[in-house]
Design a protein around this ligand. Sequence first.
Ligand SMILES: Cc1cc2nc3c(=O)[nH]c(=O)nc-3n(C[C@H](O)[C@H](O)[C@H](O)COP(=O)(O)OP(=O)(O)OC[C@H]3O[C@@H](n4cnc5c(N)ncnc54)[C@H](O)[C@@H]3O)c2cc1C
Length: 398
Amino acid sequence: MKQNQCQILIVGAGISGLPIARQSVSQGIKDILILEKDYTLGLHSSGRNSGVLHAGMYYTPETLKAKFCVQGNRLMKKFCREKGLTLNETGKVILAGSPSEVESLYELKRRADLCGACTSLINRKKLLEIEPHAAAGTEALFSPDTAVIKPIEVIRALEAELVQSSKVTISYGTVFQGLSGDNQAQTSSGVIRFEKFINTAGSYADQVANRFGLGREYKILPFKGTYKKLTANRTSLVRGNIYPVPNLRTPFLGIHLTRTADDEILVGPTAIPAFGRENYHTFEGWGLETIAILLRDSVLMLRNPTFRQVAMTEPKKYLKWFVLKEAKKLVPELRLNDLTETEHAGIRPQLIHWPTKKLVMDYVVLQSHNSLHVLNPVSPAFTSSMAFAEDVVGRFLG
Ligand SMILES: Cc1cc2nc3c(=O)[nH]c(=O)nc-3n(C[C@H](O)[C@H](O)[C@H](O)COP(=O)(O)OP(=O)(O)OC[C@H]3O[C@@H](n4cnc5c(N)ncnc54)[C@H](O)[C@@H]3O)c2cc1C
């Protein structure tokens, strides 16, 4: 394959792009080039998430999230087993405290049934058998299919398989900059001609789509997910995954407790409005766009009550005390000293539909005659990635 020419050009070697390349190879395509602006894979969402394979109970059945999550969970587990990667099938419980949360719990059960996700409503006795330290209300929802993987292991295994196939080239440190003509991409390494173009640029997918004249009605607002973790002597308080009932009007799942593949207990993530697409730590990732992001935040503060609520409550969770307050709703025995800081943080590139000022709750897939753009690849996009790739390759590449 010549480096300045390919059949399929993919921008972004994260968990959205790599499985699309893999699926393309399995369909007999021999000439795929992936551009990746970094020299190492997994530096963004794909390597900075909770590592949970979700099981598909949060989404309404007409959504793409619902369509791909259940099957994606199965395919990702199969991949992990075949490659000998870490896969902890720990399951998860969702707890309801107040009567309104119990209503939402029933709604989750209804959605799970419609989407073909295996869940069961369990009583207090059964809950305490699964998670002996969980806050026991009258009912909880149990998902046996939720599992935990090591995201970086998955990324590395995909990278190795693709490179070994000799049908895929990953061009590291190469930035897609725009179009220089019909079917010609301008990159930091020169012009590349392509037959089909796939945009899986994660946090930058909106900018790439804009170069094709697509998606101008959307704007990105980055939300930072930070985590605390439990001290080593308290990890026995959580066996698997303990989640609250989320606010179903937002795309976020609320502070939860996750036993990672390294047997640490993560407490998080938050959903704090961030100052940049790569604002992982305090002043990292600030730039000119920070001003535009702050303006968007201000407009949404005025126009979107759900965003206002998130923006008013989430930043408090930088403080241990507020995280503890949420975590105690799940495990009442937790104390302030049980929480410790971690560097682990990720950014959710949340899409806003600007004419309506609404947070977009699903994937947005935009297409032109020669290009396909994956916008809003937020959770559970890691889980869904392989099922999503099957669909994209089937529909777009035929
Ligand atoms: C805090 C947090 C927790 C999460 N937890 C879960 C979870 O438990 N389970 C789950 O299923 N999902 C989870 N998610 C969601 C999941 O991690 C993301 O949906 C997924 O990783 C998105 O992958 P991606 O490949 O689209 O984007 P990315 O991982 O961001 O990859 C995009 C790639 O494109 C590259 N790129 C960007 N612009 C250019 C350019 N112009 N030229 C060349 N390369 C470019 C970037 O460098 C990057 O490597 C979580 C996300 C966050 C932030």
